[in-house]
Structures are given as C-alpha cells and as structure tokens.
Design a protein around this ligand. Structure first.
Ligand SMILES: Nc1ncnc2c1ncn2[C@@H]1O[C@H](COP(=O)(O)OP(=O)(O)OP(=O)(O)O)[C@@H](O)[C@H]1O
Ligand SMILES: [Mg+2]
Length: 225
C-alpha cells in the first residue's frame, strides 16, 4: 500500500461557527491505482487532497505514505517525502510567473538536484501534450488550458509514486481533456504511478479503478458513474 489515510477529520472554524468538511474518512491506495473523487463544489475535495498530500493537517486521523506516518516527520523529511513520492496538480495552477514553461517543468528536478536526462524527458512530454512550440513562453503568455498542461507536466516529471490532481481538466476543451486523460493513463500504465483525481466531470471519473463521491463529509464508493 502506498497511501493509507485513516479516520481523517477536518473542520474549519470561522469565529464561533464550525464547518465540518471531512468525517472519519478512510482511503487506501495501492501502487498503480487510479482513484477518482467527484463531489459538488464545496464538498471538501481540495481539502481532502491537501491532507493526503501533506499540505494541510487533519484535526484527527493519520496519513501514511509509502509506510511513513507523515505526522511524525520533521519539515525536512516531509519535504523530501513530497519531493520523492508526490506530484501535485493544483486547482489553481501556481506556476512560477518569472520562469518559462520549460523551467517550471524542470523546477522539481532542479530542487531535488536530479537533472540527469530530464531535458529530454521534458521535451517528450511537451510534444505529447502538443506544446513543444510553447515551452519557452512565460505563464502570462499561455492560455489557461496551456498553463494547466504545464502544471501537469511539472507534477509528473519526476515520476512520483502518487499524483494528486485537483480538477485537472477543469478549463480544458473536450479534445485537450481527452489528451490529458490519455496522458494520465499512459503514465499510469508505463510507470505504474497511482493517481487521485478530483473532478466534476463524469467522463474523467470513469478512468478510476475505484470511483468515489464525496458527499455529506464522507466518501461513498460508487460503480454507477
Ligand atoms: N481555509 C478555509 N477556511 C474556512 N473554510 C474553508 C477553508 N477552505 C475551505 N473552506 C470551506 O470548506 C468547504 C470545502 O472546501 P473545498 O475547497 O475543499 O471544496 P471543493 O470540494 O474542493 O470545492 P470546489 O469543487 O469548488 O473546488 C467549503 O465550504 C469551503 O468554503
Ligand atoms: Mg476544490
């Protein structure tokens, strides 16, 4: 098992008001699995992904990644775990504005000091998503869908064990959404990487080996999508 989340609870406090978002959520992920999570806006999808990705802490419950309980790690070990095992595609892409698309994609490898063969792989990925002629553009010179594809390449460049993707097809047209899903499937097949993908789109949810709906603070397994 590469990810094991147990009894995750999370609420937000605004003044005297408490908003419960996640209640006793369990989620296990085996190597190479694709899990999709659908849910209405505000259901807690981003909150859950942030907790699974160690970017946010639950009120209670534990997250283990590749056998390590993330709540017992110090900051250095936690960032090393993130660097080696996790890839993030954020809902709002967070590309670094002062770097080109190519530089953004190379950034995780530069940070990890692991630059061997990475340019070639990055170029292949840019070709695959139809953006090789855009690789030297800055984020402000790219469309929303192009920025998203760059964010996806940045998440997968180091072949992380798990890719956490928050609405990765959100603002893509049908053709580009299909290409992105095919890229996910190809990476999943070629490298046995696991994915947790949140989405509003039933067609995206379909690529999951397991499909959940996040509703009323809990995850419901469904095979009806
Ligand atoms: N930092 C915060 N402080 C207070 N409330 C928050 C905070 N972050 C999120 N929330 C609330 O928690 C709930 C879940 O938010 P979350 O972003 O996880 O939903 P989501 O399912 O990702 O929605 P969407 O589909 O719109 O992206 C929402 O009602 C939101 O307003
Ligand atoms: Mg969200």
């Amino acid at each position: 098992m590469i990810l094991n989340a147990l009894e995750i609870n999370k609420s937000y406090h605004n003044g005297s008001k408490v908003l419960h978002v996640l209640r006793d959520i369990d989620l296990q992920l085996e190597q190479g699995e694709i899990v999709t999570i659908m849910g209405q806006s505000g259901a807690g999808k981003t909150t859950l992904l942030n907790i699974l990705g160690t970017l946010d802490k639950p009120d209670s419950g534990t997250v283990e990644i590749c056998g390590q309980n993330v709540h017992t790690l110090n900051d250095e070990d936690l960032s090393s775990l993130r660097n080696n095992h996790l890839g993030f595609v954020f809902q709002f892409h967070h590309l670094l504005p002062e770097f080109t698309a190519m530089e953004n994609v190379l950034m995780p490898s530069l940070i990890a000091g692991d630059e061997k063969d990475v340019m070639g792989r990055a170029s292949e990925l840019f070709k695959y998503v139809g953006m090789i002629d855009r690789k030297d553009h800055y984020p402000t010179q790219l469309s929303g869908g192009e920025r998203l594809r760059v964010a996806v390449l940045r998440a997968i460049i180091r072949k992380p064990t798990v890719v956490l993707a928050d609405e990765p097809t959100g603002n893509l047209d049908v053709g580009n959404a299909d290409r992105l899903l095919n890229l996910f499937k190809k990476i999943n097949e070629d490298f046995d990487q696991a994915f947790v993908i949140t989405t509003h789109n039933p067609n995206v949810a379909k690529i999951g080996n397991r499909r959940y709906i996040l509703e009323n603070e809990t995850l419901l397994l469904t095979d009806s999508i």
